[in-house]
Write a protein that binds this ligand. Structure first.
Ligand SMILES: *[C@@H]1O[C@H](CO)[C@@H](O)[C@H](O)[C@H]1NC(C)=O
Ligand SMILES: *[C@@H]1O[C@H](CO)[C@@H](O)[C@H](O)[C@H]1NC(C)=O
Ligand SMILES: *[C@@H]1O[C@H](CO)[C@@H](O)[C@H](O)[C@H]1NC(C)=O
Ligand SMILES: *[C@@H]1O[C@H](CO)[C@@H](O)[C@H](O)[C@H]1NC(C)=O
Ligand SMILES: *[C@@H]1O[C@H](CO)[C@@H](O)[C@H](O)[C@H]1NC(C)=O
Ligand SMILES: *[C@@H]1O[C@H](CO)[C@@H](O)[C@H](O)[C@H]1NC(C)=O
Ligand SMILES: *[C@@H]1O[C@H](CO)[C@@H](O)[C@H](O)[C@H]1NC(C)=O
Length: 484
């Protein structure tokens, strides 16, 4: 959150005493473009459009913000959460409204969560580009009103995040053909994703995650769609093949649904993909060989899809020079771990646990210089663990080897210090020296003393790598990008 705040503060000129005046370069607008300082303009007598002012009063009253009705000119009201732009006649129009206590530092008006609603007067704001509601209607659950669809061609950003909405996603939202960001994250929406959303050809980011949406994912064909997050719903059916036509996709998160079918080879056309999370679905195998042409991919998370007995293709991840996170846990994979996995230069997180992998851990794993987290537990691996002391110390408790009955470590590998830890329990020394139990104890003791010192050093250097992206950060960068 802190990181997000910093980000937010960098981009939103909160220090300005007045509303942020935005421009929209690619659209001819009746509004005057370019940065303006609201107050200096106002000394020339600019006033808010009276009809829009009345609409804002209605909207503010509907959210329990009656104080706003005392403000004689809302565009001069000095509250964060309203943004205005003048037209050539020096009349201000409302271009953005935001509500919700995002943090202590973003002073958008808060809503009375027990009685707030979105006023239909919102449709009387013909210049509105951004509408942002965060946790506003939480104790007064309501459907998303279809009249929002009447915000027609002006609206570019619609965020109704954790806002307590129930019922369906209205088909009418498909009328918002200028929309770039649609975020309905964490509501209680049910029903299916309306096909009409396909009409929004300029959609850049779609987040419907954390709802109870059912049915299948409609065909997608937006050439500019960059981020799609439908995670944590009840979606069924297969991943639509048309997703491969969304050539600008950067992130796909369809995790935690009930999707079936296999991953199409055509995914290899999406050259800009950096994140693919399809975890916890019911996808079937095999892993498409074409994944390896995704040379920008940084994170591939497929865990929790019992793919049906398949092996990891020996060259599946060749050339994936950007790959940092590979998570293939609990996928019913069997056979050997391909040694090519040791050739992914930037790999930091590798989870292969909970499969039926057998054979030995490839010696090439020694080359994974950036690996800080390795899970091989709950497989049928055998033989000597190939890493040295340095690698074991780097990963420490993020190295999980337990429940591989045939796995052992060499003397002096550093692993002996973890003999009693649950992360590698059951793993013993290979070729335990016969009569020298006393000497072994001595050796372990020395290694432990040695290690306390090194552990301190490495604590600072281990990368703290988080798979999940701070979504708020994303949305805000989107809003800001869209606005500029
Ligand atoms: C969706 O939710 C609404 C309100 O919670 C409920 O009345 C309706 O029956 C639900 N519809 C479906 C298809 O589950
Ligand atoms: C909005 O969309 C609905 C259904 O998607 C359609 O019936 C209606 O005519 C549209 N309204 C406008 C004003 O475009
Ligand atoms: C490992 O990470 C560092 C930065 O964290 C990077 O400079 C380096 O190229 C990466 N790859 C290898 C193979 O060390
Ligand atoms: C791995 O298991 C398969 C059967 O699933 C077997 O054919 C193969 O020989 C095993 N390989 C090793 C190295 O144990
Ligand atoms: C060990 O791992 C296998 C999967 O390879 C799993 O089925 C089994 O339950 C695990 N055993 C224990 C004791 O966790
Ligand atoms: C690393 O992440 C953990 C939680 O995953 C957190 O508790 C810790 O403060 C983080 N450390 C740094 C340096 O960010
Ligand atoms: C998608 O949304 C979920 C929450 O619903 C979040 O945890 C996840 O990080 C999001 N994915 C991406 C790629 O931002």
């Amino acid at each position: 959150m802190f990181q997000f705040l910093l980000y937010f503060l960098c981009f939103l000129p909160l220090s300005k005493p007045f509303t942020v005046i935005m421009s929209d370069s690619d659209v001819p607008s009746v509004l005057v473009d370019g940065p303006q300082t609201g107050f200096s303009m106002n000394t020339n007598g600019a006033r808010t459009d009276p009809a829009e002012q009345e609409a804002v009063y209605d909207i503010m009253r509907a959210t329990g913000n009656d104080w706003a009705t005392d403000i004689p000119d809302v565009c001069r009201g000095r509250w964060h959460g309203i943004e205005c732009m003048p037209d050539k006649d020096n009349v201000f129009h409302i271009v953005s409204l935001s509500f919700g206590a995002l943090s202590d530092d973003t002073a958008f008006p808060t809503c009375d969560p027990t009685r707030s609603y979105i006023s239909p007067s919102i449709t009387k704001l013909p210049h509105l580009r951004t509408l942002f509601f965060y946790r506003c209607l939480t104790h007064n659950p309501q459907p998303i009103t279809s009249f929002l669809g009447r915000l027609g061609p002006s609206l570019q950003t619609l965020v109704l995040r954790e806002n307590g909405h129930v019922g369906h996603v209205p088909t009418e939202l498909g009328n918002l053909t200028r929309l770039r960001v649609l975020d309905l994250h964490n509501n209680n929406l049910n029903g299916s994703i309306p096909v009409s959303l396909n009409r929004i050809t300029g959609l850049w980011s779609l987040d419907l995650s954390g709802n109870r949406l059912t049915g299948s994912i409609p065909g997608l064909s937006s050439p500019v769609l960059s981020i799609i997050n439908l995670s944590q719903n009840l979606l069924t059916g297969s991943i639509p093949p048309s997703i491969s036509t969304c050539s600008s996709l950067i992130k796909i998160d369809l995790s935690r649904n009930q999707l079936t079918g296999s991953i199409h080879d055509s995914i290899n056309g999406l050259k800009d993909l950096t994140l693919v999370d399809l975890s916890y679905n019911r996808l079937s195998g095999p892993l498409p060989g074409s994944l390896r042409s995704l040379t920008s991919l940084q994170a591939l998370i497929l865990k929790g899809n019992p793919m049906g007995s398949h092996t990891i293709p020996s060259n599946a991840f060749e050339n994936m020079r950007s790959l940092m996170i590979l998570v293939l846990s609990n996928m019913n994979l069997h056979g050997p771990i391909p040694s090519s996995l040791g050739n992914i230069p930037n790999l930091r997180v590798l989870h292969l646990d909970g499969n039926r992998l057998n054979g030995s851990v490839p010696a090439s794993f020694r080359e994974l210089k950036n690996l800080s987290e390795l899970r091989l537990n709950d497989n049928s691996l055998t033989g000597q663990v190939p890493f040295g002391r340095e690698m074991v110390w780097r990963m420490r408790r993020k190295l999980r080897l337990y429940n591989n009955s045939g796995l052992c470590f060499g003397a002096n590998s550093g692993l002996e210090d973890y003999l009693d830890s649950s992360f590698s329990s059951g793993i013993g020394l290979c070729d335990m020296p016969k009569p020298a139990s006393a000497r072994t104890v001595q050796h372990v003791f020395v290694a432990k003393t040695d290690m306390t010192g090194s552990e301190k050093v490495s604590t600072n250097s281990v990368h703290n790598f988080s798979v999940s992206v701070n979504l708020l950060l994303l949305i805000f960068s989107t809003i800001i990008l869209v606005s500029l």
